[in-house]
Design a protein around this ligand. Structure first.
Ligand code: ZN
Length: 341
């Protein structure tokens, strides 16, 4: 079968012919239909420091996808050949304290699809039955392919009670934009989304009708008072990984405000903790999704009318993967989808 493989320890990926995966008694073989490219995949393409430490070659990459069940293992229950499904890409262990307590997203033995084991940028992928999530008919194939990053947004945005609250989101990448849409959908009072890239703010406006600002053009404090906020934002979602954005967020939070951190800084950053302490801020780090609570909540949000489809800006056939990665490396796209069958 065809697969996108990190074949050698160098920049890029190759479209290769590889063996179709075999499945064990508790596994499911999925015929991949639609995949989406993650920031993680870009790191792997670019072969940066993180990728060099994380990826053993050869590795079929990719973890954001949907497809149709092609084959089920002999012990698999409750899933059928032909089911439309997506997959939680974190394959948790069973032995740690957190895994035993059902907190699968906090299991240190987790293996990641498309990073630690062969992933979904291929015609077929094998996954444990426990990671399979059946899709409702109302969730189309393209949307089904981006539920993994949507889940990051759901997990971060639902970390704190946003109903009637004023929310600051720094970083208008796809996850920041989806978070803004979720915050608005669940009843936040005001939502301000920031980015230093105006094209991203334009994309955000195509997905949701929230306030936006480029902090290099107008300060967040000025924008905040123009929005009628006097004491600061109640909830902050840091999605950029930028030191400056985090500092500005801390400056513009209300006393006792709540901050979720999802953006990954590429280097060590500094923060004046006395400001965090004197503001009595409540900071929470977000990693992955709550398995499987986030999936239930996320699908429920989509079924209750949350519309994020405009975050998908480009569609390609898998054979055009080089164009897709170039587009993302230029920072010119939202979510980019590759079609396999
Ligand atoms: Zn991803």
């Amino acid at each position: 079968m065809k697969a996108l493989v990190k074949a050698k320890k160098e920049i890029g990926l190759v479209l290769s012919e590889v063996d179709k995966p075999s499945i064990g008694p508790k596994d499911v073989l999925i015929r991949v239909k639609t995949t989406s490219i993650c920031g993680t995949d870009l790191h792997i393409w670019n072969w940066d420091n993180w990728a060099q430490s994380a990826i053993k070659t050869p590795m079929t990459i990719g973890h954001e996808f949907m497809g149709v069940i092609d084959q089920i293992g002999s012990d698999v229950k409750g899933l059928n050949v032909g089911d439309r499904v997506s997959v939680e890409s974190h394959i948790a262990g069973t032995r740690s304290r957190n895994a035993k307590a059902g907190k699968l997203h906090l299991d240190p033995d987790t293996v990641n699809l498309g990073v630690d084991r062969d992933g979904a940028f291929a015609e077929y992928v094998s996954v444990p039955e426990t990671n399979v999530v059946p899709l409702p008919d109302s969730v189309g194939d393209e949307l089904g392919a981006i539920l993994d990053p949507f889940g990051n947004a759901v997990h971060a945005t639902l970390s704190f009670d946003l109903v009637g609250e004023d929310v600051l989101i720094t970083g208008a990448g796809p996850i920041g934009i989806m978070s803004a849409a979720i915050a608005q959908h669940i009843g936040a009072r005001r939502v301000l989304l920031t980015d230093i890239n105006n094209e991203r703010l334009v994309l955000a406006q195509r997905v949701c009708n929230v306030e936006t600002v480029n902090p290099t053009e107008q300060s967040i404090a000025d924008k905040m008072s123009a929005m009628g906020l006097k004491e600061g934002f109640d909830v902050g979602l840091e999605m950029s990984g930028s030191e400056l954005a985090l500092k500005e967020m801390v400056e513009n939070m209300i006393m006792g405000g709540k901050v979720a951190l999802l953006g990954l800084p590429s280097n060590e950053i500094s923060l004046d903790l006395s400001k965090v302490i004197f503001k009595a801020l409540n900071i929470k780090a977000i990693y992955g999704r709550e398995i499987f609570e986030t999936w239930y909540k996320g699908l429920a949000l989509l079924e209750s009318g949350l519309d994020i489809k405009n975050i998908i800006t480009h569609n390609f056939e898998y054979s055009d993967f080089e164009k897709a990665f170039a587009l993302l490396n230029d920072g010119k796209a939202g979510k980019v989808v590759l079609h396999w069958s």
